[in-house]
Ligand binder design. Structure first.
Ligand SMILES: [Zn+2]
Length: 316
């Protein structure tokens, strides 16, 4: 007769097994749609068995269960399985950087910048404009950022698709040598948003300065978790049907637009044929390696004193 604890461990494994099967079913649907959209992929990541394996097996342990022998593609840009792993790594790294910086007496600002694009532009054209405008902003407001104590930045591009086409926008974390007051942050925001608006006009776009946001990030563990989860919310979009309903995971533009992962969900599991069109474009663009979606420092390398500012920021 097994002891009650053994039975509960076995039950736990059985529940986990049900969860794993449901998640494998979802992965299979997403991966099969990916294979339709990306015919060059000759196996299905996470669903096809490894070459030297007889097939996918199960490894059972006390209270745990896992699939073994699954082939991995490693393409983090368009693979829901490999992309999710990378996003988790980025989420943890961002959280650690924020905590390390606040522990070292620093502050941080979450910056969100967007553009209104002419409707006829493709994803690649829009992304190029966003990248150029960001480069222009970086070059022209360097002194102001240094004066505000910005010594390093992390940058993540979010892609959304809706009736106006692709809405490619930027979220950045500015790491500061010391906490910044709301009024000092607002001074930096005013200067940068004005410049951003000028750069947008130069590129034939609009950018209302009042919708560019500069939010001071608090110094608690919850603040770090909230910001890092928000920036990597694609984790939930890959894992669940509609991502999370939490306001933490909602962009201003999320309501009427879908991320590529949400489009992939709808194409795979909701029979949305129209979603295949933007998905093909997305796969082509992110697969081209011409655009970098994330730039997150591996270490803060915080300068020791505030007098000699090290303003070598992470390049866009
Ligand atoms: Zn993969």
């Amino acid at each position: 007769m097994p002891k009650p604890s053994d039975v509960s461990l076995a039950l736990e494994a059985a529940f986990k097994f049900e969860e794993r099967v449901a998640s494998l079913e979802r992965a299979l649907a997403l991966a099969e749609m990916r294979a339709v959209l990306d015919p060059e992929a000759n196996f299905v990541c996470g669903v096809s068995a490894e070459d030297d394996c007889a097939g996918i097996g199960l490894k059972l342990g006390p209270g745990s269960v896992q699939f073994v022998g699954r082939k991995t593609c490693g393409i983090t840009t368009i693979c829901p399985r490999c992309g999710k792993k990378r996003l988790w790594t980025q989420r943890r790294r961002l959280e650690e950087l924020l905590l390390e910086n606040s522990a070292g007496g620093g502050g941080a600002i979450l910056v969100s910048l967007s553009l209104d694009f002419p409707h006829h532009l493709s994803l690649a054209q829009r992304w190029t404009i966003l990248r150029d405008a960001w480069g222009g902003l970086t070059a022209s407001t360097r002194r102001r950022r240094a004066a505000a104590g910005v010594f390093r930045r992390a940058r993540i591009v979010h892609l959304l698709h809706g009736t106006d086409g692709w809405h490619v926008h930027l979220h950045c974390v500015y790491f500061l040598l010391a906490p910044i007051s709301d009024s000092a942050a607002s001074t930096l925001a005013t200067a940068e948003a004005k410049r951003w608006s000028e750069l947008a006009t130069q590129h034939g776009c609009g950018a209302h300065s009042d919708i560019q946001t500069y939010t001071v990030i608090g110094d608690t563990k919850e603040d770090a978790k909230r910001v890092s989860s928000y920036l990597t919310k694609a984790v939930e979009e890959i894992e669940y049907d509609r991502g999370s309903d939490s306001p933490m995971f909602t962009c201003r533009l999320d309501r009427k637009n879908k991320s590529p992962w949400q489009l992939l969900n709808d194409a795979s599991l909701r029979g949305d044929l129209a979603a295949q069109v933007p998905l093909r474009e997305w796969m082509q663009v992110v697969g081209s390696k011409n655009f970098k979606q994330q730039s997150i420092p591996t270490a803060l390398n915080r300068p020791v004193t505030g007098d000699d500012h090290d303003t070598r920021e992470v390049a866009a």
